[in-house]
Design a binder for this molecule. Sequence first.
Ligand SMILES: Cc1ncc(C[n+]2csc(CCOP(=O)(O)OP(=O)(O)O)c2C)c(N)n1
Ligand code: SF4
Length: 286
Amino acid sequence: MAEAEMVTRRSPLEYKSDLKPVWCAGCGAYGALASLYRALANIEVRPENLVIVSGIGCTSRLPGFVKAYGFHTVHGRSLPIATGVKVANPALTVLAVGGDGDGLAIGGGHFPHAARRNVDITYVMLDNSVYGQTKGQSSPTSLPDAETKTTPYGAVESALNPMAMALAYDVSFIAQGYVGNAQQLTDIIQQAMRHKGFSFVHALSPCVTFNDSYQYLQSRVFDIPQDHDVHDKIKAFQLALITDRLPLGVFYVDNRPTFEEELEAVRQKALSRGKASIDSLLDHFA
Ligand SMILES: Cc1ncc(C[n+]2csc(CCOP(=O)(O)OP(=O)(O)O)c2C)c(N)n1
Ligand code: SF4
C-alpha cells in the first residue's frame, strides 16, 4: 500500500508518552508541549519516524513526554546531535528543543553552523530568560536589571536578541511564538516542520518559579501584520529590532537547498569520478 494511503488522521493524544511531565504547575513548557502534540497530529508524522533531541534543562526534558524516539543529550549539544541524526537518516523528521541557556550560552556556538548548513531540522527554543533547572541564574536573554540568583542587584549585561541573531546567521525559517497563544504556536511549529531546511521557532515561555513573565509578555505581544513579506530580510530585521513590544508570527523564509541535498550532490560527484582506492587516498597525506 502506498505510504499516503496508510496514513490515518491522528489525534494529539497519540503523541503523549507514558511519562508525566515533572515541570512546576503553570510552567510555560506545558503550553509548548500541548502545541507540539497538536502540530505533530496535524502534520500526521508517524511516531516511529520522529526523533526529538534536547540538551539539558527543564525544557530539555520535553522529549521524554512525547511518543517518539528521544535523545536527551548533553547541555548545549542538541543541534550537532540532531544534525547527525538527520544526516544519517534523512527520512526521519527531526526536532531539537531546549532552553535559552542551553541554546544561547553553552550551546551558542552551534546555532550559526546549523543555520549555514541548512539541515532540515526544526529547532524549538523555549525561552524563559532564566536558568530554570539550576534554580534561577541569569541567562543570555535575561533583561538588563533582571534580579536573579546570580544578579541579586540586577543584571548589567545587555540581553541577546535571538531573532536578530537567527536573521544574521541566515536561518532559512524564523518565527516567534508565545505559549499563551496556543493556536498560533501550533501553527508556527507546523509551518516550521513543513519548511525544507533549518527552522528556528523562538517560543516565549515563562518560568513561573524563577521568572514569572506572563504579565510582561501578555502586555507586549502582538501579531505581525498580515501583509508582512516573509521573504524580505530587511523587514524581518525591523521586526526583530522592535524592543518595547514582541511580534508574533513568521518573520522570514528563504527556500534554498538543504545540507542533505548538498551532501548527496557531493556523493554523486565523487561516484562519477570512479572508485578511489584506499592507497590513493592515503597518498594525499604522504
Ligand atoms: C556541561 C554542563 N554545564 C552546566 C550544567 C548545569 N546546567 C544544567 S541546566 C542549565 C541551564 C538551564 O537553563 P536553560 O537551558 O535556559 O533551560 P531551563 O532549565 O530554563 O529550561 C545548566 C547551567 C550542565 N548540566 N552541564
Ligand atoms: S523551574 Fe521554571 S522552567 Fe523549570 S519547570 Fe519550574 S517553572 Fe518550568
